[in-house]
Design a protein around this ligand. Structure first.
Ligand SMILES: [Cu+2]
Length: 160
């Protein structure tokens, strides 16, 4: 009985994992996003994201973007270039000249390399990817929810 239940749970887990990317694609196709926002990478979060995390834990993007963040949750979330190592917050920082830099959130030298605003249910562009290094992998998180919402961003060279 227990073995059978474990098998059912394993199948459910595998099914859930294989459904997530397809669902992200479907969301992108079904929402009328202006321009070529969906041509690039897509980060997606849904209801109760502060408990379940991002629905797209690994995202691939070209250097420079575009990277679109679709938040389908009522609560505000964002995408920012910080992650956790051994419980400590580690951030990748960019130039202080970006529009989101400055006090009180991002003092000089501590401005995230890439960033999107914290917004409830919305479609946002993640900015700053022109400063991302091709071939590098970055961790990201949601600023309000920290380690409860994290993901990995793989940056590919710009297609020529
Ligand atoms: Cu969040």
């Amino acid at each position: 009985m227990r073995k059978k239940m474990m098998r059912v749970l394993a199948i459910a887990a595998i099914t859930a994992l294989s459904v997530v990317p397809a669902r992200a694609d479907n969301v992108c196709q079904s929402i009328p996003v202006a321009g070529d926002a969906c041509a690039g990478g897509l980060v997606l979060s849904g209801p109760a994201a502060k408990s379940v995390g991002f629905l797209t834990p690994v995202v691939v993007v070209q250097q420079g973007g575009p990277l679109t963040y679709i938040n389908a949750d009522i609560e505000g979330h964002n995408v920012e270039s910080c992650h956790f190592e051994g419980g400590a917050k580690v951030c990748d920082y960019g130039p202080d000249t970006n529009p989101w830099c400055g006090e009180p959130d991002y003092p000089a030298g501590k401005c995230p390399l890439f960033w999107s605003p914290v917004r409830g249910a919305s479609i946002q562009q993640v900015l700053g990817l022109e400063n991302a290094v091709p071939g590098k992998t970055y961790g990201f998180y949601c600023r309000p929810h920290g380690s409860a919402m994290t993901g990995t961003l793989v940056v590919l060279p710009k297609a020529s």
